[in-house]
Design a protein around this ligand. Structure first.
Ligand code: PMP
Length: 396
């Protein structure tokens, strides 16, 4: 069997752009450069491309085209939703979110706290699950917004968004969902979920970086983050036509989410079952929770996760130490911290995130490589492992 040269297993950080998405972009980066706000023929052509993409993305997300605002990505969508909710809920100065949200939510919340907004952070259990009763107890008369993610980027654990949105609404609060990791990997929809705002990003679904969307429920007047006439006054700035066209094309390739999920589940299960055979005491974070079909966040006992990643990289395999946004920083993952793990356990945890571009042979290669690396790192001679069905000792 041919050994794959590179195996990319960091798809929660970003995905490879689909060739069809690039094809859809190229004309708008070269010949068709007109401004979509221009009334010229060329401008109307660019406008058509933006509106075609709006229809495709909104349909995919289960929203109406008029409810969808193009942004520069999920970070901007998250900021817009939270700041808009505070602005339209006059007098309400309280937000609820969770301890395991993406930094684009948590760092904004910390900033808002410094400005006098009160923020309550919902805890999670050891599997990364949310307790809806805790949400009920945190809600107050002056809660402007509850912001919860659909799927966690580090563990893939899913939150019960529909139920949480209903609870927030009962208490008179708006609800925002960061669905960046759920799009294309979970059955989800804007209208059906009952949320008021929903954020997503193209580069997680084989589209380009620097473009995303915010769905805003019909009837909500969205105060813009950037003022200007574009996007019906809800997001100023000349539209990134090429990226928007690429986003529309990428969504078109996601037409059958159920097939996508089946493929990802097969890969993840092949990996996790294979890993358990090699190292029965490895911990699959969030295993008992509902989680994304593509994410395996594995605790390798007390082994050094960074060293493990480095060795995998030597074999052409890219994975991640927690989230891309946290990697490189010295702090252990806030998600695994909230789940109650020790610093040692967290620093031994590695995230493998699959996409539709991965296949079974790559997982086989990963397992073979991991088997060797783990044996080496646990200081067991490879020769003795060969006779012991590659089972790594878990006594350390
Ligand atoms: N939210 C989540 C859950 C994410 O995983 C990411 C990307 N890491 C973002 C928000 C930010 O997305 P973007 O890169 O489009 O700003």
């Amino acid at each position: 069997m041919k050994t794959p040269r590179t195996v990319y297993l960091d798809s929660n950080a970003t995905t490879a752009m689909a060739p069809l998405a690039l094809d859809a972009m190229l004309p708008f980066l070269t010949t068709d450069y007109a401004n979509p706000s221009s009334s010229s023929l060329a401008g109307r052509h660019a406008r058509n491309a933006v509106e075609k993409a709006r229809t495709a993305v909104s349909q995919f997300l289960g929203a109406k085209p008029a409810e969808l605002v193009f942004t520069s990505g999920a970070t901007e969508s998250n900021h817009t939703a939270i700041l808009a909710a505070l602005s339209i809920s006059r007098g309400k100065r309280h937000l609820v979110t969770s301890q395991v949200e993406h930094p684009s939510i948590l760092l904004l919340c910390q900033h808002l706290e410094r400005l006098g907004i009160e923020v309550s952070y919902l805890p999670v259990d050891a599997e990364g699950r949310l307790d809806l009763d805790s949400l009920r107890t945190l809600l107050r008369e002056d809660t402007a917004l509850v912001s919860l993610m659909w799927a966690n980027n580090e563990t893939g654990v899913l939150f019960p968004i529909q139920e949480a949105a209903a609870i927030a609404h009962e208490a008179g609060a708006l609800f925002h969902c960061d669905a960046t990791q759920a799009v294309g990997k979970a059955v989800m929809g804007f209208a059906a979920s009952g949320v008021d705002f929903l954020s997503c990003s193209a580069h997680k679904i084989h589209g380009p970086k620097g473009v995303g969307a915010l769905c805003v429920r019909k009837g909500i007047e969205l105060p813009p983050l950037f003022h200007g006439h574009q996007e019906r006054g809800r997001r100023g700035g000349t539209e990134n036509v090429a990226a928007i066209a690429g986003f529309g094309a990428a969504v078109g390739l996601l037409a059958n989410v159920q097939d996508e999920i089946c493929h990802l589940v097969r890969l993840r299960d092949q990996f996790e079952n294979g890993l358990m055979a090699i190292m029965p005491c490895a911990r699959i974070h969030g295993q008992a929770a509902q989680r994304l079909p593509n994410t395996s966040n594995i605790g390798f006992l007390a082994l050094d996760g960074e060293e493990l990643l480095y060795r995998l990289e030597q074999e052409g395999i890219t994975a991640a130490l927690g989230a891309a946004c946290a990697a490189g920083g010295s702090k252990p993952s806030h998600v695994l911290t909230a789940m109650g793990f020790s610093e040692t356990a967290i620093l031994s945890s590695v995230r493998f995130s699959f996409s539709r571009l991965n296949h079974a042979e790559e997982v086989e290669y990963l397992l073979r490589s991991l088997g060797g690396i783990l044996l080496d790192m646990m200081e067991m001679p490879l020769s003795s492992a060969a006779g012991s069905n590659l089972a790594v000792s878990c006594m350390t």
